[in-house]
Design a protein around this ligand. Structure first.
Ligand code: ADP
Length: 481
């Protein structure tokens, strides 16, 4: 029997903390009791500790399935930094000989990180079956749900893997999952009887603001002023790579701030350098696409600005959640013009191959080689796991509907007259009455409360139209098509 006293002692000895953050202790107790557990904890609340601590009380191997190589390497680096040498990531960046060597002595490791496509390889399964697995962790577990934001077909094999590995306990971790996604996670991982630990998605120290701008020129002026007035590092998110470069250049040329841009087309080395500079406080602002962020663990980010409308509430929340991890006031501001909505609509309409294209893909996948589109990547993966053409086209059609719905929800959020935090918790199936709405929590960014709370000087936003109703925006959208 592992007592709470022992758990707290481990927390202090290994991690140097005296108290747990909300949800952590419940997850740890559940995992230690050998229970299948689903933990939904918002970004920044310390999900990693939920599996790192039990490892030291259980003593054998913990396997962590993670969707991104960068994320795994980050976790291993962090563990190494904490003095833990028995941590390893197995992924495609390893040389075959290196991989063989590690697999041959796998049971010596406490933490083994891998991507789902790696864990389903026969040699890897065999090596894992030689180990005593205390805990199987599915990180970013929402990737298993086609309703989730980052659906990864590879995650679907995990129920089978779980049966083969017979871990003592399984832990599914995610930051954002509404009731539908939670249900999907539990079903797809075959853990219906799991304990669920769900803490509120609300982040009270982050002010949620929206500012509607008439056009891009006014948006740029406003953005520049805001960034110059803000204190501490910040991230500006864009849906286009070209815009990250354009606005970073604008800010570099017209302010004294240290600004860089970041997107997936940069080399690994460039991306690494920028990330390091930002982490170490040498950069004030990063202009980035959504390629920047997963695993970014910088506590003092003071603001996250969305230059374009995010594709859905889940991405919005994840990106916003990178601000204010230290618990101090931070702000999130969503800037919007009618053109942005058009851009999002266009991304949805053109980003997904039509049924005819799916057929052509099945006839000759090479035709699509080098295609960067997410949906083509998805198609490739579907095909690799042997999914039928019919099933794929059904799935993709459903996804398109979902994306359209997600966009509508984003527009509702944008045009909201009520409390934005209440809207968000309600979306994640929590009781909105838990939020006490006041002018310190959300609203227009040039309100006195916003400026005072964040210690900003007066920013002029006089070009912004009065909050427009949904009909207004929909009307503009219709004209654009
Ligand atoms: P998440 O994955 O949920 O976004 P992380 O696991 O990266 O969050 O943790 C966020 C930050 O909180 C890290 O800097 C971590 O060291 C810190 N942290 C985790 N648990 C605690 C705790 N019990 N007390 C204080 N800080 C903690």
């Amino acid at each position: 029997m592992i007592t709470d006293e022992l758990i707290y002692k481990t927390l202090k000895d290994r991690f140097g903390y005296d108290t747990f953050k909300p949800g952590q202790l419940a997850v740890i107790r559940s995992v230690l009791a050998g229970q299948a557990t689903l933990a939904v904890l918002p970004t920044g609340t310390g999900k990693s500790l939920c599996y790192q601590l039990p490892v030291y009380l259980l003593g054998h191997t913990t396997v962590i399935v993670s969707p991104l190589i960068a994320l795994m390497q980050d976790q291993v680096a962090q563990l190494n930094y904490q003095g833990e040498k028995r941590a390893v990531a197995i992924n495609s960046s390893l040389e075959p000989r290196q991989k063989q060597l590690i697999l041959g002595q796998l049971s010596q490791y406490r933490f083994v990180f891998m991507a789902p496509e790696t864990i389903s390889q026969p040699t890897v399964i065999q090596a894992l079956q030689q180990c005593q697995i205390d805990l199987l962790v599915i990180d970013e577990a929402h990737c298993i749900s086609q309703w989730g934001i980052d659906f990864r077909p590879d995650y679907l094999v995990l129920a089978t893997i779980k049966r083969q590995l017979k871990p003592r306990a399984t832990l599914a971790l995610t930051a954002t999952a509404n009731a539908q996604v939670r249900h999907d996670i539990l079903t797809k991982l075959d853990m219906q009887s799991a304990n669920s630990v769900i803490t509120s998605v609300d982040r009270p120290n982050i002010y949620l603001g929206v500012s509607q701008q008439v056009d891009e020129a006014s948006k740029n002026r406003f953005l520049k002023q805001l960034v110059m007035e803000s204190q501490g590092p910040g991230i500006i998110y864009f849906s286009s790579r070209q815009k990250t470069v354009e606005i970073a250049t604008l800010l570099q040329e017209t302010t004294t701030l240290k600004v860089a841009y970041y997107h997936a087309a940069l080399s690994t080395k460039e991306r690494f350098t920028i990330q390091q500079q930002f982490m170490q406080g040498h950069l004030d602002v990063i202009c980035a696409t959504n390629a920047f962020g997963m695993g970014i663990n910088k506590a003092d980010i003071r603001y996250v600005i969305h230059y374009h409308l995010p594709q859905n509430i889940e991405s919005y929340l994840q990106e916003v959640g990178r601000a204010g991890r230290d618990g101090k006031p931070a702000y999130a501001l969503l800037l919007a013009t009618a053109q942005d909505m058009y851009l999002q609509q266009a991304l949805i309409s053109f980003g997904i191959p039509e049924v005819g294209l799916i057929q052509r893909f099945y006839q000759d996948p090479n035709l699509f080689k080098g295609s960067q589109g997410n949906e083509f990547e998805l198609l490739r993966r579907y095909q690799q796991i042997g999914m039928e053409e019919q099933a794929v086209s059904e799935l993709l059609k459903n996804r398109q509907k979902e994306k359209q719905f997600a966009l509508q929800t984003m527009l509702d959020f944008l045009n909201l007259h009520g409390c934005r935090r209440q809207f968000i918790v309600n979306y994640f199936d929590e009781d909105p009455r838990q939020i006490e709405h006041d002018d310190q929590c959300c609203g227009e960014p040039n309100s006195t409360a916003f400026l005072e709370k964040l210690n900003l000087k007066k920013i002029t936003n006089d070009k912004a139209p009065k909050t427009a109703g949904l009909d207004h925006w929909n009307g503009i959208l219709k004209q654009l098509f």
